[in-house]
Design a protein around this ligand. Structure first.
Ligand code: LMR
Length: 398
């Protein structure tokens, strides 16, 4: 079988991470993979996570299996984190959650569910979207199509194009939305647009499928869930996937949750049995440790308060760095061109520069950004932002 295999190209974002690590230039700058970093370029273990891990390990007496759905304490806490504690769908038992291996694991299980229950439905993704959405979803056999979302000329959402495309999607298809902090553009829907999109999905019989990988990195923990909560007020059914990689800093532990909103409590029970069958056939059961840590935090008032405080610090730091980047571009006369970066939220923005300029940034200046011209704003640290601005000005003038 393996005697004539040819090597495949690596994943573009992860290959960039490897190239950055291999670069020994002292002035190198990592604006690539979507991982939070502090001023020293370090991705810390959050305080509440370290405390919760100690508690979990001290209390743990067995490593026996938990079950296909994962820990109930985690699933309930995550449902409440995403939908709020008082959403009617919760009281009506129309929400069912299973633990997933990161957000990606949830996306893949959801794609398998779509393929098995609605085999002819396409999944519509934003143009552009997180590059890994496409391989993750197509691996399950679902067809991917694209709708307009972003206007590169203005750095803003292409609101009219989006609504026009959504209105033309055939009944029964699935619409993938980013819950907040759109990856890679940093351009999000406002409250009014969420409501318009929700109504459109309900009226046109489209199934919303919301990927939220950055809850708490945009506006606030609850503010970033408003889109999902608005949808849940209006549509009868939807799929949501939430990652704990970024907001809990649990990247390598692979923690996430997949929630289905169904028409009735009975449908939720039936839908859960389908999820369990899929998870069992793919990975048998999810890993426990990271989810247990999240449950420990969310179910403890003190840990939860400390986690929220640290999440706020991370968010506010990224907001400040967005502004610092635009300020650093002023001496180069580039602040107006890139002013949109300061107005966007979350971890990413698209600079809208050419592939040649991206390559020059990397080859000549050791500044690593993703090939779509996406930057990770967590890397725009005070110590490096002037150098980054100088590098950008140089490649743009060259
Ligand atoms: C990113 O977009 O950089 C992150 O979500 C990490 C990844 O796996 O691509």
């Amino acid at each position: 079988m393996l005697f004539d295999v040819k090597p495949l190209p690596g994943d573009p974002i992860l290959a960039l991470m490897t190239a950055y690590r291999a670069d020994d230039a002292p002035n190198k700058v990592d604006l690539g993979v979507g991982v939070y970093q502090d001023n020293a370029g370090h991705t810390p273990v959050l305080r509440a996570v370290a405390a919760a891990e100690a508690r979990v390990l001290a209390a743990q007496t067995t490593k026996a299996y938990v079950g296909i759905a994962g820990a109930a304490s985690f699933n309930t806490a995550m449902t409440q984190m995403v939908f709020g504690t008082s959403h009617q769908a919760l009281a009506d038992e129309r929400l069912v959650t299973v633990q997933s291996a990161g957000g990606s694991g949830g996306l893949r299980v959801a794609a398998e569910l779509i393929k098995s229950l609605r085999p002819d439905s396409a999944v519509w993704v934003t143009t552009p979207t997180w590059p890994n959405h496409v391989p993750l979803l197509t691996a399950a056999g679902v067809q991917i199509k694209q709708y307009r979302y972003y206007d590169p000329a203005s750095g803003l959402l292409d609101r009219d194009g989006m609504l026009e495309d959504l209105a033309n999607i055939p009944s029964g298809d699935v619409v993938l939305l980013h819950g907040c902090c759109h990856n890679p553009t940093g351009a999000d829907l406002d409250a009014q647009l969420w409501s318009t999109v929700a109504t459109l999905c309900r009226d046109k019989n489209l199934l919303p499928f919301v990927d939220t990988a950055y809850q708490g990195f945009g506006e606030s923990l609850d503010g970033d869930a408003q889109g999902i909560r608005t949808l849940a007020d209006i549509v009868p059914e939807m799929i949501t996937v939430t990652s704990c990689s970024k907001n809990f800093g649990l990247y390598r532990e692979r923690v996430g949750a997949l929630t289905l909103l169904t028409r009735t409590a009975d449908h939720a029970v039936a839908a859960k049995s389908h999820l369990l069958k899929i998870v069992r056939s793919m990975i048998s059961m999810p890993p426990d440790h990271g989810a247990r840590v999240v449950a420990e935090i969310l179910n403890d008032t003190g840990l939860s308060a400390d986690w929220r405080a640290e999440l706020t610090e991370m968010r506010e730091r990224m907001h400040a760095q967005r502004r610092g980047f635009v300020d650093a571009l002023k001496p180069h006369g580039l602040d107006a061109r890139f002013g949109f970066v300061a107005d966007q939220v979350g971890m990413f923005s698209l600079l809208g520069i050419s592939s040649e300029q991206i390559k020059q940034l990397r080859d000549d200046w050791h500044v690593y950004i993703v090939g779509s011209s996406r930057i990770n704003v967590a890397g725009l640290t005070a110590g490096k932002v002037d150098y980054i601005a100088e590098a950008l000005a140089a490649v743009l003038s060259g």
